[in-house]
Design a binder for this molecule. Structure first.
Ligand code: NAG
Ligand code: NAG
Ligand code: NAG
Ligand code: NAG
Ligand code: NAG
Length: 488
């Protein structure tokens, strides 16, 4: 008491606040940059976007050299990724791991890319993979770690494995009953021990959206950060959102097995904006802002008070991602495919104080769209196979119950599919020749929230994968398909 007497509380509080600001700006929020898009933005444009928004860390899914070059001397910390399909070769050969590190880490570190982590695999133990990567992930991790040490990067670059939250579970709704999944329990302990010995973090992807998507009875408010009417009381620890509960289930699993101090990175967290009735702009904004407020106030979770470390998922929509998990998969971006912001989001950075900053210098194709011809009937027998073809080769994930274009009528649906194909094919004339039923228009067919895209000009060759591959076979494929259909 005596000691506190002379303190100027205003100043004291001020310095505490200042300290908080400094701490949060040092930690900085990260973001995932995935590139499974038919028309990815130019990497230089994306890096400018990252900086303009004050992102301090970026997580990649591979080690694309054009992207890494663009990140050189940007001041942004980088997690590079190793795709699952490379795990077996890295597991079986120390030399392969050394080559990977030399080419994809050492070279870039020496030219000023601030690589901090190597993500070995991406959710390799996902139940849906049926154990395909169980045997190779840990040996690959060990080989990459050894290669980093050999390259003199052991202290600077840490290994980790981004895992899906399905690697652990609680038998009750209490986090304190959490432990690693039974079928991989021993493997997880070996991996955690290895990470711990090498002072490497545990990386976990947590998706409250999926809880809601998988279970129509999941309480909506429990998915967000605005309070919940019947919170879980776990021996005095109160959980009013599933993020905290999920995160702390991991903390308990680690603690129970003797690794209570292991540092945790949230590798992916976010909410999609389209492709499902629970995927929309309002929910995404509510979730991401709720998470960011939590992140910025540094409160952490009941079991881990303090600053979180996280990468939002994701930066930009990816229209070439597999839709096997669901239509929402192509709509996780804070930004649309063209780098325009979807909603306001305060990231707590000075550069972002007026909301998300869009990409600059984006070039679009001409203002024209491909639609169902006004003279064609929606019942024309050519329609069904044409729509099926367009959707299989383009992106119809904004069509369907509860999606942004879910209220279109039958003609609108058909036009949407035709246009998506036409745009993804860079508006080549041959991509709007559905037999006698399609026509090019210069009148925007967009309808309220339902946007008929105009594609952006593809990044110049070599700056991204998946740009050129669709172009050449288009006319031929379409022709062959239609020929086949006509014959049938
Ligand atoms: C470097 O990473 C790229 C992209 O993931 C990969 O294609 C390539 O094989 C890697 N290089 C080596 C030498 O392993
Ligand atoms: C996993 O098994 C299921 C059911 O047997 C199958 O449908 C699926 O294609 C398999 N997935 C992989 C990645 O092997
Ligand atoms: C965790 O860290 C604390 C403080 O640094 C230390 O007292 C404790 O022994 C550590 N526990 C474990 C399990 O390493
Ligand atoms: C439009 O397409 C969606 C998705 O295929 C479908 O669910 C919906 O019923 C269609 N609407 C009409 C009016 O045909
Ligand atoms: C398109 O219309 C023209 C003229 O009406 C007709 O001759 C032609 O057979 C039609 N083509 C197809 C593929 O239906």
């Amino acid at each position: 008491m005596e000691l506190l007497k002379g303190i100027d509380y205003g100043k004291f509080l001020g310095s505490l606040l200042f300290f908080n600001v400094v701490v949060s700006s040092v930690i900085g929020i990260g973001v995932n940059w995935g590139t499974q898009a038919t028309h990815p933005l130019d990497p230089v444009t994306v890096v400018k976007m990252l900086r303009d928004n004050g992102f301090q860390k970026v997580k990649l899914f591979d080690a694309d050299s054009t992207i890494l070059k663009a990140l050189g001397r940007s001041g942004i910390q980088v997690m590079v990724g190793i795709p699952n399909d490379m795990l077996s070769s890295l597991a079986s050969s120390v030399q392969a791991a050394e080559n990977w590190v030399a080419k994809n880490v050492s070279t870039h570190v020496s030219s000023g890319v601030d690589i901090r982590y190597v993500a070995v695999g991406n959710e390799p133990f996902l139940s849906a993979y049926n154990g395909s990567f169980l045997a190779t992930t840990f040996p690959a991790l060990q080989n990459v770690q050894a290669a980093l040490v050999k390259a003199g990067l052991g202290n600077r670059v840490k290994v980790t494995i981004p895992l899906n939250a399905d690697v652990y579970a609680s038998s009750t709704s209490n986090p304190s009953d959490g432990d690693f999944r039974a079928d991989i329990h021993d493997l997880m302990i070996e991996i955690v021990k290895f990470l711990s010995v090498n002072t490497a973090p545990f990386t976990i992807n947590i998706y409250p959206f999926i809880s809601l998507y998988n279970d129509p009875n999941f309480p909506v408010d429990y998915a967000f950060f605005n309070g919940y009417s019947t919170p879980i009381n776990d021996n005095g620890r109160i959980y009013d959102n599933v993020f905290d509960a999920n995160h702390d289930t991991l903390v308990w699993a680690l603690q129970k097995n003797g690794f209570g101090n292991m540092s945790i990175i949230i590798g992916e967290i976010g909410w999609p904006t389209d492709g499902d009735r629970s995927a929309n702009l309002q929910y995404a904004q509510r979730f991401n802002q709720g998470f960011m407020s939590r992140y910025m106030n540094g409160a952490g979770t009941p079991m881990r008070p303090g600053q979180l470390d996280a990468y939002l998922f994701g930066l930009i929509d990816e229209d070439a991602k597999s839709i096997q998990p669901g239509y929402f998969e192509r709509h996780w971006g804070l930004f649309y495919f063209d780098g325009t912001a979807k909603y306001q989001l305060n990231l707590g950075t000075t550069s972002n104080s007026n909301g998300l900053v869009p990409a600059s210098n984006v070039h679009y194709l001409a203002k024209k769209w491909c639609i169902l011809s006004p003279s064609a009937s929606a019942d024309d027998p050519q329609v069904a196979p044409s729509v099926a073809y367009a959707c299989a080769n383009a992106d119809c994930t904004s069509l369907g119950y509860g999606t942004s274009c879910g209220n279109l009528d039958a003609r609108g649906n058909i036009s949407y599919a035709f246009n998506s194909y036409y745009q993804i094919q860079n508006q080549v004339d041959s991509a709007c020749r559905f037999p006698n039923i399609s026509v090019i228009t210069t009148q925007d067919p967009s309808n309220g929230n339902c946007k008929f895209k105009i594609m952006i000009q593809a990044a110049s060759p070599g700056t991204g994968s998946g740009v050129g591959f669709l172009e050449k076979p288009v006319g031929l494929m379409l022709f062959m398909f239609l020929l086949l259909f006509t014959i049938m």
